[in-house]
Design a protein around this ligand. Structure first.
Ligand code: SF4
Length: 104
């Protein structure tokens, strides 16, 4: 009896693992839905967002298939293709890396 009570207590204290990819994916879908509402007076923009939402859904389904097969496909890709940027955006990781600030 005590064992089953202990198991029940530990089960209720164990949260499911946080799925960052699922969280980001659902957040993007929600952003697109919200943006769609603001484009209702501009059919071309609505059509673009609907195509984008469909592309997101197809990509998410494919990513889930590959994840189930053991291959992780990241949701985002960040590419730094040049060192010649002359902008100074707040929070730029590239400038932080090149100046050594990222190690502080
Ligand atoms: S984030 Fe950094 S690399 Fe990107 S445009 Fe801004 S300053 Fe340039």
């Amino acid at each position: 009896m005590r064992d089953s009570q202990d198991q029940g207590a530990s089960r209720s204290l164990t949260a499911p693992p946080f799925d960052l990819t699922r969280y980001l994916s659902e957040s993007i879908e929600q952003i697109v839905k919200n943006a769609l509402a603001s484009t209702l007076r501009t059919p071309a923009q609505s059509a673009f967002l609907l195509r984008y939402a469909k592309t997101l859904a197809v990509g998410n389904a494919r990513r889930d298939e590959l994840e189930a097969a053991g291959e992780h496909i990241p949701l985002f890709l960040i590419a730094t293709i040049t060192d010649a940027c002359n902008l100074h955006c707040a929070g730029c990781f590239h400038h932080a890396l090149s100046t050594g600030m990222a190690q502080n």
